[in-house]
Design a binder for this molecule. Structure first.
Ligand code: URA
Length: 433
């Protein structure tokens, strides 16, 4: 085989066979195919797309490019969840204790934030002492005994995805449905779970800007999951503004604690309970979604869920006292209020701009090896649909930095304020199963 022939084949819109796709993926991972040819191939995929079969084969090739996790030592049906990337998305911190309460084992590998989107591992590490690296035995034992563990993703998992993703990032080929779907699903399949609930974000802070595109992505991933023997459900959720009120790390942990105490904002509570309920149904704890949802609510109201969070923090070495006393979490020195210069209804908030503002304040990294300030972030005082008077605070920036003019301007311009009241926000657009 010659890579140039395969590039031409895809350029003409023809389908590639499983062995041709594998030749490209393994060849690129091992350094035998250079970046310039892989870039051309990715751009051909971007414009010509891939068939369902090609996407499943691409996913499998990426899974086979590295190690896979064997979770057979863990009892029960292992259910994982994945978000396609958002701003203020602290849902994983909420669903883990909820699922554990109903006996669903969650053996989760999570990522760090990069760019404008946050990562669960960074959020957890803002809790003093919390360990996101566990030995294999500790990981397995914790899930068997307590039904929950979250660790950072093993560097040996899906090396092809890591290399291809980095190339996509600099060649304008990130927002391609076959490439996003195979990238996400390869990591989920390699991490060894039996069932997957996908949170596909749509809106200004997401890769998918329209519901139609998000539905295609959701259907594509559900088909990949099913074709590879994993029960998969995708929930398409709104990301036209940050989720909840907090964007950052420590402040998102504080907000996640609040959700589990029944004080969460309506959007994030609805999304968390929906995802947790589908996980509980796929894991076999409930026969129907409605009963699962009712139980999840009860777990929050009874205080059981927040007690489970305490246990989760404790077993991974963190200080569980943060749950009763969130003021123990890192706090920034400066809190700058961003005021509105006009009156009206908040019609939209560009979630990506708020995510970038949080990053500029110190909450995110520009490159993988940058360090972050756990206390930095943004509090959304106003959300879409709220009325604001001129001079009202729109959001508060938390930082230890001195030069934050970029973040001030960007966060202010993220708010679109008009006379007309916008349509109510739909938190869940649809569910694909
Ligand atoms: N998240 C991923 O893991 N991969 C993508 O391509 C996009 C979002």
């Amino acid at each position: 085989m010659r890579i140039v022939d395969l590039i031409n084949k895809k350029k003409r819109g023809e389908n590639l066979s499983a062995s041709e796709i594998d030749y490209i993926v393994q060849g690129y991972t091992m350094g035998e195919i250079p970046d310039y040819q892989m870039s051309a191939f990715l751009m051909a995929v971007y414009f010509k797309g891939m068939s369902k079969e090609e996407i499943a084969n691409l996913t499998l090739s990426m899974v086979n490019s590295g190690e896979t996790v064997d979770l057979s030592m863990i009892e029960g049906i292992k259910v994982d969840k994945h978000s396609s990337g958002g701003v203020g998305d602290k849902i994983s911190l909420v669903i883990v204790p909820l699922c554990a309460c109903v006996g669903i084992p969650v053996a989760k590998m999570s990522g760090r934030g990069l760019g404008h989107t946050g990562g669960t591992i960074d959020k957890l590490e803002s809790i003093e002492g919390f360990r996101t690296e566990l030995s294999k035995d500790e990981f397995v034992n914790n899930v068997n005994k307590y039904k929950m563990a979250i660790v950072g993703q093993s560097p040996n998992l899906t090396p092809a995805d890591k290399k291809i993703y980095a190339l996509r990032d600099v060649t304008g080929t990130v927002d391609s449905i076959p490439l996003i779907a195979s990238s996400i699903m390869s990591k989920k399949i390699a991490s060894g779970c039996d069932c997957i609930v996908l949170d596909v974000k749509v809106g200004s802070g997401a890769f998918m800007k329209s519901v139609d595109e998000a539905v295609i992505l959701a259907k594509t991933m559900v088909e990949i999951g099913k074709s590879l023997g994993r029960k998969t459900v995708a929930v398409v959720t709104d990301m036209n503004q940050p989720l909840g009120h907090e964007v950052g790390n420590a402040n998102e942990v504080k907000e996640a604690i609040g959700i589990l105490k029944g004080r969460g904002a309506e959007d994030e509570t609805t999304v968390a309970l929906t995802i947790a309920s589908y996980m509980a149904v796929l894991g076999g704890a409930f026969s129907d979604y409605e009963s699962a949802y009712k139980k999840m609510r009860e777990l929050i109201e009874s205080g059981e869920a927040v007690e489970k969070l305490k246990e989760f923090i404790r077993i991974q070495g963190g200080n569980p006292e943060v749950v009763d006393n969130p003021d123990l979490l890192p706090k920034a020195e400066k809190h700058i209020e961003i005021k509105s210069s006009v009156s009206g209804y908040v019609n939209s908030i560009n979630a990506e701009d708020i995510g970038v503002s949080a990053m500029l304040l110190g909450a995110g990294r520009k490159t993988k090896n940058d360090s972050i300030d756990f206390s930095a972030g943004v509090t959304m005082v106003k959300k879409v649909g709220d009325w604001v008077d001129e001079g009202d605070t729109l959001c508060i920036l938390h930082t230890n930095k001195t030069d934050i003019n970029d973040a001030k301007e960007l966060s202010k311009s993220a708010f679109v304020i008009k006379d007309k009241k916008p349509e109510p926000v739909k938190f869940i657009h649809c569910v694909i199963d």
